[in-house]
Design a protein around this ligand. Structure first.
Ligand code: PGA
Length: 263
């Protein structure tokens, strides 16, 4: 059984005041929720405030991006050690908005994934096809290119590790993948549970071919794209879906808590 994850991506929303208000409403609503991992990715400016607000709860904080370098003359960038120092445990990498608007490439995604792992962060690597890719029958080709050029460029040991404390020893994936079809992000047009599950199976096959069946079955794959309280049931009924990466519906404490509690 893979443990589910519900992660919220706030994108460029919420001030420090908004961040404090969110956590004071949200935390009591999920205080009893031990069944899944809960992650919130605020903008960089609100990371420390979010870390303080979430202290003592099971909510982990994520960066929305990071540099592929540990330090250097890179104006405007934030490094993995800086995120760790600020209290982040996860980082989102390769979101489609970064790929489309900021020219993030598969190669950048691979470098960022590696530096995140070296710094002790859990990468949430996003990939997904556009509507044009899907219409042209290229969805699988795009996903497999993004997988193999990004997280698939890791070594098997970087990708996951064996937990010998368990009998029999268990493979534990060090990264999360988020399948986010670009046509479903922020559009209100969520993928059907069947389309999402098919893409997840295909990504798991990529992980199996690149690494091993054990690596593939330990990998947690989240679905993202217009996940809302009224469609989470159908999505989570698919056992291929190990959780969700949520944009719009993560901004409201009640709707995000509803997603956590349904997962
Ligand atoms: P959405 O965003 O839930 O608003 O579609 C998802 C995402 O961008 O991760």
């Amino acid at each position: 059984m893979r443990r589910r994850v519900i992660a919220g991506n706030w994108k460029m929303y919420k001030t420090l005041v908004d961040t404090r208000a969110f956590f004071s409403s949200f935390l009591p609503l999920v205080a009893a929720s031990k069944h899944c991992d809960i992650v919130v990715a605020p903008p960089f400016t609100a990371v420390s405030t979010a870390v303080d607000a979430a202290k003592g709860s099971s909510v982990a904080i994520a960066g929305q991006n990071l540099s592929w370098s540990k330090e250097g003359a890179f104006t405007g960038e934030v490094s993995a050690p800086m995120l760790v120092e600020a209290g982040c445990r996860y980082v989102i990498i390769g979101h489609s908005e970064r790929r489309q608007l900021f020219r993030e490439t598969d190669d950048n995604v691979a470098k960022k994934t590696l530096i995140a792992l070296e710094s002790g962060l859990t990468p949430i690597v996003c990939l997904g096809e556009t509507q044009e890719d899907r219409d042209a029958g290229l969805a699988e080709a795009v996903l497999s290119r993004q997988f193999n050029g990004g997280p698939g460029a890791l070594t098997p040991e970087e990708f996951s590790r064996i937990l010998i404390a368990y009998e029999p020893p268990e493979e534990f994936s060090r990264i999360l993948i988020a399948y986010e079809p670009v046509w479903a992000i922020g559009t209100g047009r969520t993928a059907t549970p069947e389309i999402a599950a098919e893409a997840h199976r295909m990504l798991r096959r990529c992980a199996g071919a690149k690494f091993s069946v054990r690596h593939a079955s330990a990998l947690r794959i989240l679905y993202g794209g217009s996940v809302k309280p009224d469609n989470i049931h159908g999505l989570m009924a698919q056992e291929e879906l190990d959780g969700a990466l949520v944009g719009g519906a993560s901004l409201d404490p009640k709707s995000f808590a509803a997603l956590v509690n349904f997962a």
